[in-house]
Ligand binder design. Sequence first.
Ligand code: IMP
Length: 206
Amino acid sequence: MSGGAKLVFATHNAHKLREVTTILGEAMELARGVIVGADAVGGPDVKETGVTFAENAVLKARALAEHSGLPAIADDSGLCVEVLGGAPGVFSARWAGTHGDDAANLALLLDQLSDVPPGKRGAWFECAAALVTPDGQSWMESGKLMGSLTAAPRGSGGFGYDPVLVPVGGARTCAQLDPEEKNTISHRGRAFRALAPHIARVLARG
Ligand code: IMP
């Protein structure tokens, strides 16, 4: 593990680690190497047994704070589709069965929505971001990115369902945005910018 690590992020997803390191780096003073991913501390694979994003985020952060002895952050996030009553929601990462199979998840979702016309394809990304300290204190913030779904994937940036979500007021999918553009409006950007003051206070007290 990096000697300067002071905060651990409960993710094994390199895209998320990059996004959140950038978001927090802009929101607060953070020296390089202060945030490390769960892999750097041999973090446990936590079962996401919660029924809400918030429950899962706290679950993951708590497990990693206990494991590492460092303050831990985590997020749980997903895509919620209006005509599917908010699904895939907490099941976004494993919608087609195998956890993290982005291509299969996307293909299944587009198939399920093949008869849904453009005006009825409203959807949003949602993110709950949690901070838990080794002594068990916790903080939680959340963010949303409202949009609509395309009929076919567009763009090569980002991850997950980015190629099919067009943010409200835009014309490009999240996969066609620069990373900075996505971070400015994204569910994860909003949630972690709101969490940043809590993180700063926890890090300042050492
Ligand atoms: P988590 O790792 O349990 O939070 O699962 C998040 C899943 O939701 C990912 O595997 C993606 O399928 C989806 N997701 C969450 N955030 C995003 C995003 O910013 N873009 C695209 N897909 C996302």
